[in-house]
Structure formats: C-alpha cells, structure tokens
Ligand binder design. Structure first.
Ligand code: PEP
Ligand code: MG
Length: 591
C-alpha cells in the first residue's frame, strides 16, 4: 500500500493508464529483429490515427464547453499529430535505428522540444508543453492495451478493457486536466500536487476519487496494472490481491449507491432539521460544470473560476468572446445566479501570453489582481464583459487575492469607469452587478472591517487562506500536512471574518474546498455561515448534512471547536459528532 494525500473522496478499483512524462524518460528500446520493423511502423500509424480521432472529438467538445477559439489550442495539436515531417522522422527512426515505435517517437519529439527550447521567444518555448502533450497522447495509444508480455504482471487480476481507467501521472498540468473529460476516467493518482492543486479541484468537480503526493508511483505501475485508489484515506494499492480487490470493490459499490441516493434530494431546499435555510452553491470552471451544478441541485454558482477560459487560449480572449461565454455560463447556472470571479492567474496557473515568469515563489508573487495593475486593459475588458453578461441573470463580480484596501479602491474605481464608458457608448449592461472581495490573504481577514466598508459581499477562499496563514505551499506534499482546514487557526480566522460580516449584515460565502467537507461544514454552519460554495459533486452531501442537524446542535459543535488547541483534537471531536449526526456521510468525508 502506498500513502499519499487523499484529494478527492471515493474509492475505485481500476486499471492503470499512465500519463508519461515522456521527455527525457527512460532508455531507448530497440526492436529485436529487422523483421519487426513493418509491424512497428503500422503500430505507430495506427496510434496516430487513434490520436487524430480522439483529438477531433476533443476539439468538438472543448468548442462546445469553452467556445471555438478555446479549441484552437488542440487544433494545433491535431496539426502536430498529422505533420508529415514528424511521421517521416519517426518512420526513419524505427527503420534505421531499429527503435520501438515509442522510443522512436520519443527521440523525434525530444529533438523538436530541444529545437523549440533554443528559440529565444517565450511563445515558442512555451510550445514545449504542446509537444509533450501531443507526444503523450500518441504514446498513450501505443501503450494503451499492453499484452501480457509487456505488462509482466501475470500474477494479479487484470481486466484491461472492461475495468474503469485510473490515470497515473507524475503531475497533471491545468491544461492537461482540461482534457481529462475525454477519457472515461474513474480515478487519478499523481506523484506531485496537494489537495487544492487545480488537478485535484477538477477531479473533485467531476466526482473522481484522487490521491496526490504518491512518491515513486510512476516506477511502480505499468499500464494495465490493477489498482485501488482510496481518495478518502489517501491510499493506493498497486496489484492488490484477491481479498483486497473484492473488499475495495464492495466499498466502491456502497460509495456509488450512497451518491445516487444523495442526488435524489436535488429538488429539495437546503434546510436544517429546525428550519434554518442555507444556500448550497457550486464552484465551477466551465460550462459543463455549470450544467452539473444545475443537475445536482445547487442553488446557484458561488464561484466561477474564469481562468480556465484563458488557460486554453493562445492569446487574451476579446470582450465579445468573453461576454458570449459568460452569458452562456449565466444562462446554464442554477437559477441563473452566478458569481463570476475575475482572472486569478499566477501560482500554478500561467499563460504564455502574459510573459514568461521565473519567480522563485509564484504563489507569493505576481498573481491575480497584482497582474492587472500592470495590465489594466486586461481587467477592464473582463469587467466590461461581466457587466454586460449581468443582464442575463443575477450576476456578481468577485475579486480574488485582495490584500489591501488600496487595491479594492482601485478595482472599484475601474468598475465605476467601465460602467460610465459602457453607458456613454450605449452598450447595454446591468448596473446592479454587486462586487465582492475574496478573503484569502490573511491581511484581508485581519483588516476585514476596513474592507467591509467598501464592498457588497465577501467570499472566503479557504484554500489560499489556509496556505498563506500557515506559510505552507498548498501543492507541496512535503508540507501539505500543515494545510489542514480542521485546525484551530483556520477556524478562528474564519470565525473572525464571519462575525464581522454578521455585525455589518454583509452577505458572506465560504467557497474554498472545506465548504464541501462534512466535518468542516458542520462547524461553519454552527458559526452562522449560511452560504456554502463547493464542487458540484459535493452539493448533495452538504444538503443532506444540513438536513440532519439542528442549528443549536451545530452552534454547540462550533463553540466547542473554538476552545480546542490542536487539529488532532478537532478532528477526533468532529468525527464523533459527524458519526452521531449522519454515520453514512462519514463514509464520504475527506480532508
Ligand atoms: C480558494 O482559494 O479557496 C479558492 C476558492 O480559490 P482557488 O482555489 O481558485 O484559488
Ligand atoms: Mg484562491
């Protein structure tokens, strides 16, 4: 059993599908005889054909979800896959160097990557990622269904083809994560990344069990291996024996049944035993998530991360395109209620067109609104698009990573100017779009009173708030244990913000992942939180949780938790309380 961090709950038994970090990987493999050359060439050509079909479908899907220009990035991949020069070079490497198709592909792609890397332009250097992406795709078709000889793993049960697929990777980049929906993925295991890395967030939004920070997993797993992924406990078992396999299959079935049962409450309001109403909202990244939010019965979208539109673009999307995309998101959101967050690039999400940055400390660096102050036009375009989309529903605008009141004032002025320009130009927009501040930098929490005087609403981004509060990178497995939501410091700081909002009657949401975690949500509800926003997959369980507790009970829990001094005590205490309130929800809790 290998230990990592459980980043998306649930249990799954399936077969490994490796996402190779192909560049620089492994020794080249030679063919045993010249007679194998034609077969190997045919195998490569087949993989190219399969990749082409896969990419074509993918381009269509992305075009539907994110709009045509967003699909362009993968159209470029299609061109790369079908580049006759690339094919000729791979064929030559198989024929002349007698390499296997995979090794030939590797050597040709490595040469391309080296060529790109030498070009002294950021745009081309960034294209190395595309080369890696394309190579991984073709390579994965070459290794997809290994025969027993390649698998070398006759002792374990293997049912490649019938089993769900478990993605195993060193790291999943945000742009790669976008393409995950293309495969029927049932589980994800990575060597790097913590519970709030964007790959983890995407896994959760699709309800896929995932474990990160599993050191050396790429050395242990061969494509086609049977694996168990336990996203609650953060365990991975490679080649489980019969007993473990059947025990975990049973848990997997129970997990699915419970989720099905919970979704049945989709049309019920979120209300506690004693009649306190709460709003259970969804965090979304794209159009498909907005639809998912509606189908699980969320009351609205509490956080729309606009970065994903930008991450799949070659350049800055224009105002018209953004407007059209936001309009579609609003129309698809439950109750046409959407909180649109302005661009939060930086940290683990970068785009080549904003310039290459080699910051020693990207999470503490040029991120989010800090970028806008150097590129105000970028923000003005987005603000205009959001104000225009506001006509199609109940839209709010949310600013991430606010650190000082001065920043908020600058942003408020920009919104005011954007409105008066739209008015002067005669472009229709919604004047009543509310603006809010994300509290995710401790400085903002400490000065919450000052911020409250100049904003309409607050959204607590606990993912970042935790990492900045404890000074530990949320995606670094070595320090991830410090990024603990069930901790005295995070509950105290959140309580402080909630009390300030209650005093001033300011609407407040918690939109970090802890809002969807049953134990944490019990405390937040007890502290008086009435707006929770989370990955759509968790909406049903939080509605069920609220329905199983009274307000007074939750207040007691929160009061007690605020007296405790350690995370261990808080965890133990809340596990007992959750068990009393709803033993079945304990099975899908995580954190
Ligand atoms: C957060 O920080 O809690 C949050 C919701 O924002 P993101 O995870 O997108 O940084
Ligand atoms: Mg954040």
């Amino acid at each position: 059993m290998l230990k990592g961090i459980g980043v998306s709950p649930g249990v799954v038994v399936g077969v490994a599908y490796r996402v190779e970090s192909v560049l620089g990987a492994g020794e080249p493999q030679s063919l045993e005889s010249a007679a194998m050359v034609p077969g190997e060439i045919a195998r490569f050509d087949r993989a190219v054909e399969e990749t082409t079909v896969e990419l074509e479908t993918f381009v269509q899907r992305i075009a539907l979800e994110l709009g045509t220009p967003a699909a362009d990035i993968f159209k470029t991949h299609l061109q790369m896959v079908n580049d006759p020069e690339m094919t000729a070079r791979v064929h030559a490497a198989i024929e002349k160097k007698r390499l296997t198709a995979l090794s030939a592909l590797q050597s040709v792609m490595n040469a391309y990557a080296a060529q790109f890397a030498r070009i002294d332009q950021d745009y081309f250097r960034e294209r190395v990622t595309d080369v890696r992406d394309v190579m991984t795709r073709i390579g994965s078709h070459l290794t997809r269904k290994p025969g027993p000889a390649e698998n070398g793993n006759g002792a374990t049960e293997s049912h490649a083809g019938e089993e769900p697929v478990i993605l195993v990777a060193h790291e999943i980049l945000p742009s790669q994560a976008m393409s995950l929906g293309n495969l029927a993925i049932a589980g994800i295991v990575t060597e790097t990344g913590g519970s709030t890395s964007h790959a983890a967030i995407l896994a959760r939004s699709r309800g896929i069990p995932a474990v990160s920070g599993v050191d050396g997993i790429m050395n242990d797993v061969v494509a086609g291996d049977l694996m168990v992924v336990d996203g609650r406990e953060g365990h991975v078992i490679v080649r489980p024996d019969r007993e473990a396999t059947s025990a975990y299959r049973k848990v997997q079935r129970e997990f699915f049944l419970l989720k099905d049962r919970l979704v049945a409450n989709r049309d019920q309001p979120a209300v506690s035993c004693d009649g306190t109403h709460v709003e259970v909202l969804a965090n979304i990244n794209n159009l498909a998530d907005a639809q998912a939010a509606d189908s699980v019965g969320a009351a609205g979208v509490g956080l729309f991360r606009t970065e994903y539109l930008f991450l799949t673009h070659h350049d800055v999307p224009g105002e018209e395109e953004q407007y059209e995309y936001y309009r579609q998101i609003v129309l698809s959101s439950p109750n046409k209620t959407t909180t649109i967050r302005t661009l939060d690039l930086g940290g683990d999400k970068t785009v080549p067109y904003l310039g290459r940055r080699n910051e020693p400390n990207p999470f503490m660096g040029w991120r989010s609104v800090r970028i806008f102050f150097e590129n105000p036009k970028l923000l003005v375009t987005q603000i205009r698009a959001i104000l225009r989309a506001g006509r199609h529903g109940k839209v709010s605008m949310l600013f991430p990573m606010i650190t000082t009141v001065e920043e908020l004032r600058r942003l408020n002025t920009m919104v005011k100017e954007a409105k008066s320009n739209l008015r002067r130009e005669g472009v229709p927009f919604a004047d009543d779009v509310k603006t809010g501040v994300m509290v995710e930098v401790p400085a903002a929490a400490v000065c919450i009173d000052a911020l409250l005087r100049e904003t309409d609403f607050i959204s607590i981004g606990s993912n970042d708030l935790i990492q900045y509060l404890v000074a530990a990178d949320r995606d670094n497995p070595k320090v991830a244990h410090l990024c603990e939501p069930l901790s005295p410091s995070i509950f105290r700081i959140i309580n402080m913000v909630l009390e300030a909002c209650q005093r001033t009657g300011t609407p407040v949401t918690v939109c970090g992942e802890m809002a969807g975690q049953p134990r944490a949500a019990l405390v937040l509800f007890g502290m008086g939180l009435r707006r929770f926003s989370m990955s759509p997959a968790f909406v049903p369980q939080i509605k069920a949780l609220i329905a199983s507790v009274t307000t007074a009970q939750a207040e007691r829990f929160a009061h007690h938790v605020l007296q405790l001094s350690t995370s261990d005590e808080i965890r133990a205490y809340l596990s007992e309380r959750l068990h009393e309130v709803s033993a079945e929800l304990e099975a899908i809790d995580f954190a």
